[in-house]
Design a protein around this ligand. Sequence first.
Ligand SMILES: Nc1ccn([C@@H]2O[C@H](COP(=O)(O)O)[C@@H](O)[C@H]2O)c(=O)n1
Length: 273
Amino acid sequence: MIPELSNPSVCMRDPQRVQEILQSMVKAGSNTVQVISDFDMTLTRFAYNGKRCPTCHNILDNSNLISNDCKIELKELLNTYYPIEIDSSRSIEEKLPLMVEWWTKAHELLVQQKIRKDLLAMVVQESDAMLREGYKLLFDHLYEHSIPLLIFSAGIGDILEEVIRQAGVFHPNVKVFSNYMDFDESGELRAFKGELIHIYNKREGALLNTGHFQELRTRPNVLLLGDSLGDLTMADGVHDMENILKIGFLNDKVNTISHSHGLYNVSIPLTSL
Ligand SMILES: Nc1ccn([C@@H]2O[C@H](COP(=O)(O)O)[C@@H](O)[C@H]2O)c(=O)n1
């Protein structure tokens, strides 16, 4: 077993199975592997020095590109819907329309702010956005071994890209599926592009992007990194999957069914990081 997995706080519902999957992947070789990862609170840190780190949306919401009145409205949305997102007593069916409502209302508010594309880099620079410890090793290692990394995020693609660009790890092997902003010819935000991606429709998003997975059909071994129930379906577009190892970061969803029912092969609590 790799040493990190022997950390006593790391939970595995079936360590033997994890070992078998890893052995099988190692035997098949790195040219058969692809990595599919969520972004917010999976590749980024959940908290630093006791303070919550921002999601892609929060980076923008807290910035000086947003008026004070709009900040109040976005904060009210966060206070209303985030507790619903992490409420393990509600079913996905119950939460899904409410999540669509949250994302839709927040994006409408952001569009009203006429955000300028050329100011996004500064906003990220001035934010508390922080990738997880060890991120450089992960991104650089995947690049050096030509392993594709798909980041599948319900956050904001333009912000996400800027976070990894500023961290110096936006390598050519990285591809992003996310909500991208649509700017007019003067560089002002006028809408969000394409189908909305929220936390519970990543499966549909994966199935819509068949071209990407078709290109990677020689890579049937998948390492999936996520932090929620919705992230478990991110690999549903992968052709002829042979092995999948699902690693979940517990964050503040410690009691959610995705982890407590062992849907992730490996669960990593906040305290072990
Ligand atoms: N207005 C919003 C909407 C969503 N969020 C958070 O973003 C997270 C989604 O991003 P992933 O990279 O994890 O797919 C989600 O967990 C929401 O809490 C937000 O902060 N503001």
